[in-house]
Design a protein around this ligand. Structure first.
Ligand SMILES: *[C@@H]1O[C@H](CO)[C@@H](O)[C@H](O)[C@H]1NC(C)=O
Ligand SMILES: *[C@@H]1O[C@H](CO)[C@@H](O)[C@H](O)[C@H]1NC(C)=O
Ligand SMILES: *[C@@H]1O[C@H](CO)[C@@H](O)[C@H](O)[C@H]1NC(C)=O
Ligand SMILES: *[C@@H]1O[C@H](CO)[C@@H](O)[C@H](O)[C@H]1NC(C)=O
Length: 519
């Protein structure tokens, strides 16, 4: 009896323990699974395809680095451009080469930094899950170190290293550059509102990235950003007008977008009322282009500014969120989204038969990835704020429709296309072999002088070096691609395309809510 009794009590205690354990396990499971979709902020399991592509895409920044390299992972790259800036007694050795050439063009380089910062601010936690946060930050810093040095006094900004005509008359490795590297600046007598404001946007957004990592550096970034914005605003003129030679490469078709974009970033970085008032004041009235979708690119940041400022509407405190002009930013951002969604009544017709956003023959993928990046960001704003839908001329769409659109563009880029090739170098089995990229095209143990290298441009053989992670220009409207080295229209990669791709892939790598405030 006694024994039985005892054993019964043992039996019951152990059963109770089991039940308790089971309940605990269920609770644990719910807690573990939940974050992937309830918006609580903890990233879920990464999608391998996007994680692999992101890891590759991030490496293209290492391919493009100028200066004395640190912990270089690209075996065919070495130090270069060490004397850049010396004619003005400045150290402009860092920064990144723009594309397949060795120019440092400040306007697109600053845009690259702004987009990379934005990607880190929205998706740093997701980058972290696949060990890409640190590489993203250090590539960003490689550019912002350069931009700080390019801004030696309040109203002077160096906007270019190298002369494009001289640079393009050579085909050699960056490590073997011997020619002159002339500098160009904007200043009070030759202002450049667009380039100064874009640089302000880059430094303000980067100050948010580094705030928690290195507060001294972050303050320095912010100080330069504020000065550059004041310079841009006070001396209003496009750099394309002040310095006509820039028109052949990175012509700026206007500066209103950069002023709003920079004011938006400065407001996020400082919380200061003056920047809010700027972003919602006269300049917004003049350049907001309310209701009209535009394409997001190195030249035009209006769509980016609209999405960025819609953040205030989604997550800001009541007084700012309900501001009329903030509502206009959000409405216009929504019009941009409606253009992307293939089933929307206002869907853009700028697409290939296979659904890729396609706007321009040159560097076609820029708008595909920039649109997809904005779509995934906006989708996550909706998801995080539990906004059930947007309305496009009477049809409604959910956050998941925007995410699906972003996925469709990413999947096309990674190989789901009629060519059955990846447009990211190094990703998948089939990718471009003759990328228009000097360094990648010349064997690392050759040191051709300026002209001797052209035989590698002309050679009909695969690049000896892999330009890892490069996103090439992209397909024709008929979804085809010609993999020939001299086809720079389709085959030239750029750092800004890569920044946009990194943003897109970081948004897709896992699913989680975005932070409500960057600060
Ligand atoms: C201002 O910039 C212009 C254009 O780059 C340049 O020609 C001029 O020399 C600069 N002014 C000064 C004082 O350096
Ligand atoms: C360059 O931009 C200016 C405006 O800054 C514009 O007037 C001009 O048409 C553009 N040129 C080219 C070649 O796109
Ligand atoms: C696709 O378009 C390009 C550029 O317009 C053209 O050169 C090429 O012949 C076209 N290819 C096919 C298969 O139609
Ligand atoms: C490459 O293309 C450009 C522009 O189409 C042309 O001027 C040049 O001669 C070509 N070079 C070679 C080596 O094919």
């Amino acid at each position: 009896m006694r024994q039985k009794k005892k054993s019964r009590s043992v039996c019951c205690w152990s059963m109770l323990a089991l039940v308790v354990l089971a309940i605990a396990a269920v609770i644990l499971l719910i807690v573990m699974i939940k974050p992937t979709d309830d918006g609580s902020g903890t990233p879920g399991k990464p999608v391998k395809k996007y994680a692999d592509a992101l890891t590759l895409a991030m490496q293209f920044f290492d391919v493009q680095k100028s200066g004395k390299l640190e912990q270089n992972q690209i075996e065919w790259r070495g130090d270069s451009g060490l004397q850049d800036g010396s004619e003005a007694k400045l150290d402009l050795s860092k920064g990144m080469y723009d594309a397949g050439d060795h120019m440092k063009f400040g306007f697109p380089m600053a845009f690259t930094a702004t987009v990379l910062s934005w990607a880190i601010l929205e998706y740093g936690d997701q980058m972290q899950v696949v060990d890409q946060l640190e590489p993203a930050r250090s590539s960003l810093k490689w550019i912002t170190d350069y931009l700080i040095n390019a801004h030696p006094s309040e109203n002077v900004l160096y906007i270019q290293v190298g002369n494009p005509k001289l640079d393009h008359s050579c085909w050699n490795r960056p490590e073997d550059m011997k020619g002159k590297r002339p500098l160009r600046q904007v200043n009070t007598s030759a202002p450049g509102t667009d380039v100064a404001a874009e640089t302000a946007a880059a430094l303000a957004s980067a100050s948010l990235v580094f705030k928690s990592v290195d507060s001294t550096y972050a303050s320095s970034l912010l100080k330069h950003a504020k000065q550059l914005f004041a310079f841009a605003d006070k001396y209003r003129k496009s750099y394309s007008i002040s310095i006509p030679e820039v028109r052949s490469f990175y012509n700026s078709t206007g500066y209103g977008d950069e002023l709003l974009w920079a004011a938006g970033w400065l407001y996020h970085a400082t919380g200061e009322k003056s920047y809010f008032e700027y972003a919602t004041g006269k300049t917004a009235e003049a350049y907001g282009n309310w209701g009209n979708p535009t394409w997001f690119s190195w030249d035009n940041k209006l769509a980016g500014a609209q999405v960025l400022l819609s953040r205030v509407s989604f997550f800001g405190s009541k007084d700012v969120a309900s501001n009329d002009v903030i509502s206009k930013y959000r409405e216009t951002a929504e019009a941009v989204m409606c253009g992307f969604l293939p089933k929307s009544p206002t869907a853009t017709e700028s697409r290939t038969e296979n659904g890729l956003i396609w706007v321009s023959e040159w560097n076609a993928l820029q708008q595909s990835v920039s649109s997809a990046f904005l779509a995934v960001v906006y989708s996550d704003y909706m998801h995080t704020s539990r906004t059930p839908q947007i309305s496009c001329s009477g049809s409604t769409f959910k956050a998941s429709d925007l995410r699906d659109f972003a996925i469709s563009q990413a999947n096309y880029v990674l190989g789901e296309n009629p060519m059955q090739m990846s447009y990211v170098v190094g990703y998948g089995d089939t990718y471009p072999q003759q990328v228009h990229h000097r360094g990648a095209s010349i064997p690392a143990d050759e040191n051709p002088s300026c002209k001797d290298g052209f035989k590698w441009l002309e050679a009909d053989t695969p690049n000896p070096n892999i330009a890892t992670g490069a996103l090439v220009g992209g397909p024709f409207l008929n979804d085809t691609y010609i993999d020939v080295r001299n086809n720079s229209m389709q085959g030239e990669p750029s750092t800004y395309n890569s920044a946009l791709l990194v943003g897109l892939l970081s948004g897709l790598v896992t699913r989680s809510s975005v932070v409500q405030s960057f600060t």
